[in-house]
Design a protein around this ligand. Sequence first.
Ligand code: NAD
Length: 309
Amino acid sequence: MSKILVTGGAGFIGSTLVDKLIAEGHGVVVIDDLSSGKKDYVNPKATLYEVDICSSKVEKIFKKEKFDFVYHLAAQIDVRVSVERPEYDNKINVLGGLNIIQNAHLNKVKKFIMASTGGAIYGEAEEIPTSEAAPTYPVSPYGIHKLTLEKYLNYYYQVYGLNYTVLRFSNVYGPRQFKGGEAGVIAIFIDNAVKGLESFQYGDGLQTRDFVYVDDVVNGLFLALNIDCPSEINIAYGIETSILGLREEISKAIDAPLKIKEMPAKAGEQRRSCLSYMRAKEVLNWEPQVSLEEGIKRTIAWAQKANKN
Ligand SMILES: NC(=O)c1ccc[n+]([C@@H]2O[C@H](COP(=O)([O-])OP(=O)(O)OC[C@H]3O[C@@H](n4cnc5c(N)ncnc54)[C@H](O)[C@@H]3O)[C@@H](O)[C@H]2O)c1
């Protein structure tokens, strides 16, 4: 049994990871300020510190808890917020992350695993599906800050030997997803559909995304614990789905047409996004297991239940 810190462990992906780590017999501590996460999502067997990752309290928590491993998932995840308030995004996603890395280094943790983004780091890529070798041209402060923290991790590895792996997710979806995030188109469409409400579609709907189910992402995070790969690994479904295609999948699963209001395209929105998971297959022996059809069904079932409560 290892002692593991999960920052952002009250959030969508983090809380699902905490459940998995506890089911595998590990001791888990969560640092989360509950800005978008929920206390109810935190497994009762985990210890929750309701603390900002930028806070000096982080140092005391590391000293007291003596972690073997760190998963860093806490972040400001809304791309639009990062565009409106880049300095705020920088504070949480770079300085907050750096606070966690520095403490992990000073307390000699065995490994640091960071949740990063493929969707926002490669920009409008020439190579589709996009591999980790593709150039990185982020088109948002969010992408720039995620990339910056990746570079810091690599620096701590080179200079201090802090072992790490970065997982770059495509668009993650599934139960517990926060509907306020930019990446949450499936969460927004499904939540509105089960409540009989209208959703907005921006642009012609032909823009594509790569939707990967949360349990597959959590499996990838779990497998990353014991590998030696101090670099970046894409975690993705590897298939492009257009927003129009997504609407069709959801309305098929819910057996009713979605109420959609078509809005003008958002300036600067990426046209295509799809990642290659070949490195994950090679290094982690990981492949997505849940089809988009099945993942949508599971997410609808969860949203319908949550809507009744
Ligand atoms: N959801 C996606 O499609 C996606 C795609 C790529 C990468 N990611 C990354 O995965 C990670 C988890 O994302 P998620 O989708 O679960 O989002 P989420 O918003 O559900 O989870 C983030 C968690 O971090 C916490 N948090 C935010 N700021 C904090 C702070 N200053 N101090 C402490 N806690 C703080 C929030 O309360 C929340 O519980 C993030 O790092 C995100 O950038 C997500």
